[in-house]
Design a protein around this ligand. Sequence first.
Ligand code: FES
Length: 501
Amino acid sequence: MSRIAARSTAAASKPERGSWNITIDDRTIEANRGESVLQAALRHGIEIPHFCYHPRLSIAGSCRICLVKVEGVPKLMPACNLSVAPNMKVSTLVPEVGRARQQVMQFLMLNHPVDCGICDKAGECRLQDYEYAYGLPRSRSTEAKHHKRKLYDLSPRIQLDNERCILCSRCVRFTREISKSNMLGIVERGAHAVVERLDPKSDDDPYSDNVIGLCPTGALLSRDFLYQSRVWFLEPVRSVCTGCSRGCSIDLWRRKKEWRLRSLGEERNSMLYRVTAHENPEINGPWLCNKGFDQHKLMSRERTLTPMLGDAPVSIEQALAQARDLIARARSPAALVSALASNEELDVFKATLGARFRVYAREDSVAQPGEVVEDDFLIKADKNPNSYGVRERFGWRTLTAADAQAHDLFLVWGDWGDYDGFGRARVIHLASFARQRDRHADVLIPLSTTFERSGTFCNFEGKRNRFEKVLDKPPLVQHAADVFAQLEAELAGPQRLQEAS
Ligand code: FES
């Protein structure tokens, strides 16, 4: 079993061969030998509340909200830690279970500050949902609440509020069992017990942001997303992380159309607010590294927004006409194909301009100083999302200094530094982000980013993963596939141009 699969199923009991029928309330369901009552129930869409249980973590059995009645057993049993047995009869709707849930909620809420009005977790808080569903309308306690440390920086990325914590230990088990950094632990006892960073001086866990989503309350919050928006104003769009060749599935959160308000201004209406992991058992399970959680920040880089000829802004028609002339006149043109391009764009390039150019592959991104280059979990050394797609279509020939002197035209697709090595060759550059360069490209065409189009990438194992358009592209920015189709049509003559338009 690979490390991903192993960590993805860390403590989820592996189904043994065969199954049994068990009854939950008035439903008879098939349960796998070896799984828990809670797992069997959830698999069949039967709701049993749970805080500390998580399918990828070991069983803690600490919160007790999952108590159920089992026929023939005098006490209520925690469904997360109770293996199924043949002909087992389980009740979740009897008054005894209802009372137990009320009591557990009373206990968990005893010292909780109930500051949902200022808590980022409101709207996706399990504690809030269960309190509404299973709690009592008012607390029976007349004691003053016990105060703990409130909203402080656990790390440069995470805020911790110990008053909101219910000590389910999901975060602690994650850092022990999944990321293996042992960053967090529970210290002290009884009412004084708190989650704490065990070694404040240690390097940050490169997977630490996963604990934010794992936390069933608002105890662990993202400092980056803090007070940026209520979650019910936002919606997720499925995408793929471009941080490395693992190509993890992510959700990018943008503002819902009906909540784009003029008073917020254009920037806040059309920005990406946060990234969360999108569970994909084939690629990343439910996890993501911190670089993946930062994907939305890519859009704060300065963009290339205007077509240029040298240092002069022009219309896109002028830029395309000049690019066409340069390609038509070139004797030995070369193309540097981007490993950030989607499979669909690579196909269009191959079918249109591919045969005219000697194609070189290139990495758009390399590891930055301080970044984890590679590990045995998710992070890969190749920092490009679609090197596999490029290699599959064009092989992987990289440009040497000698090659660079052999061409009189370069079509550069994607980010690129200076054009020094290109000698006197002309340059057509298709780029999404701006860069300071000593020399201007002969033609610069602004390109859309991954967030402004749909498509697929193939990760390092060749697994295809789809991303959807999240944002509209700026008006003068072009999709690479459209640019290639237009250039090819113009080069092929007026009839093809008519067909293309
Ligand atoms: Fe079963 Fe917490 S979910 S004890």
